[in-house]
Design a protein around this ligand. Structure first.
Ligand SMILES: [Fe+2]
Length: 429
């Protein structure tokens, strides 16, 4: 039986945040101390791991193009060299899939997206950014709040997307020791996200380094306290970033940065060729880094009512002040071509590098891997309704541009992958 003191928990965001943070920190400290270790001892273990991994990553970045593992789609499709690939991706928590789609196919999708926006006079009807998250880059959007184009839907429901998503899901532990399933890795829920189209000549500050996993909820909600139980009870050596236990039931605190679903990996598919010095994605490719981030606020140099700057409703910032050890490991993706796809573990530290006078386009469709589970099934109901009437899906600003657009993807265009991802029965069932 667990004799250690229970953590104080807040199923909803606390009203008095500083008081809650003080109580939380005292609670985590005493729970860790009940294990016979101090917070400092436990933190030293995870910090040591970060230092070793960053050294390894820097060597990999210097030796080859990038510390990011790169695998050709055909390797995933035919199951060859699986053990080695599994090992590489589990170690780094990220992956570039080469030739995920044929380059010409991706370029056709890119053109068809541009045509879809033109035919529906998007430039005339655009009302400006619907949220603050991506709006640092002025008037013309980089992120287009478009969800239901033929290009996006064809990619989402393709056989080739299913192959990659299944592989990514299979890197996780999807059931408990006694066989209780956390998710069904062979079925994906649709998580419609936006597209990015960044034209030649763009100068952009990029996007600050952050994690998408959550904010204060990661420490305060009972489900996350259970998911990160080994971080908070002094058994950090047993923390496994690939264990889906308790992640597929709850949700995050509400807010513009929240994600309702459980994603094994966030990802995008390239619709243009992009060189790695043209303002591309970069990550700290250490899946265990979330444990470091969760323990860092407990050290003495952080004010007692502060969680290293993490607050509800804004993305979780990774900063020089608190996390400089990690930032040394930032690794750009290698050069990619249209049709390649890029994936990173849902907890992973990432951002977008700045660019001046960008060469060529920088276009992507965001398509993650979100396996079927109670949490994702709940979200899928709203997604089906949004798909049917062309609305923006639940996690995104209520912009609804496509409601009146005649040529969006229709229910009759769905194949079995698409139907099952929206919670519908396959056609010949
Ligand atoms: Fe992000």
């Amino acid at each position: 039986m667990d004799e250690a003191p229970e953590l104080p928990a807040w199923p909803d965001p606390p009203t008095d945040v500083p008081a809650a943070v003080r109580r939380l920190k005292a609670g985590i400290r005493s729970r860790i101390e009940a294990s016979g270790h101090t917070v400092e001892e436990v933190f030293a273990v995870i910090e040591g791991l970060m230092v070793d991994r960053v050294a390894e990553i820097k060597a990999a970045n210097a030796e080859s193009d990038s510390a990011w593992p790169v695998v050709d789609f055909e390797v995933l499709a035919d199951g060859s060299s699986t053990a080695e690939v599994f090992e590489q991706v589990r170690r780094r928590g990220c992956l570039v899939v080469r030739n995920h789609f044929d380059r010409d196919q991706a370029r056709r999708w890119d053109r068809s997206l541009a045509d879809y926006l033109d035919r529906n006079r998007f430039d005339d009807v655009y009302r400006g950014p619907g949220d603050k998250f991506f709006s640092s880059v002025d008037s013309k959007p980089e992120i287009f709040p478009i969800y239901w184009s033929t290009a996006q839907m064809e990619a989402r429901q393709s056989d080739r997307m299913a192959v990659v998503q299944q592989f990514l899901n299979s890197l996780w532990r999807s059931s408990s020791d006694n066989g209780e399933p956390w998710f069904d890795g062979e079925r994906n829920a649709m998580y419609p996200d936006r597209v990015r189209r960044r034209p030649e000549g763009t100068t952009s500050k990029g996007l600050g380094t952050h994690v998408d996993a959550g904010t204060l909820d990661l420490w305060m909600k009972p489900e996350y306290q259970r998911a990160f139980r080994h971080v908070f009870d002094g058994s950090i050596e047993r923390f496994d970033p690939w264990d889906a236990a308790h992640r597929t039931v709850g949700s995050q605190y509400p807010g513009s940065t929240m994600t309702s679903v459980f994603r094994t990996f966030q990802g995008w598919t390239a619709l243009s060729d992009m060189d790695s010095d043209q303002g591309v994605l970069r990550s700290v490719p250490i899946p265990e880094a979330i444990a470091y981030l969760l323990l860092r606020p407990l050290l003495d140099d952080v004010p007692d009512d502060d969680m290293c700057g993490v607050v509800v409703g804004r993305s979780f910032p990774i900063t020089q002040r608190w996390h400089s050890v990690l930032l040394d490991g930032l690794s750009l993706i290698p050069d990619v071509q249209a049709g390649d796809s890029v994936w990173w573990h849902c907890d992973m530290v990432h951002g977008v590098a700045p660019v001046t006078d960008q060469r060529g386009w920088g276009n992507v469709m965001y398509i993650p891997a979100a396996p079927w589970c109670p949490r994702n099934e709940r979200y899928a109901e709203g997604v089906l309704a949004a798909f049917t009437d062309g609305s923006s899906p639940g996690d995104f600003p209520e912009e609804h541009y496509e409601r009146t657009w005649a040529d969006r993807f229709g229910v009759d265009d769905l194949n079995d992958h698409g139907r099952r991802a929206l919670g519908l029965e396959p056609i010949d069932s």
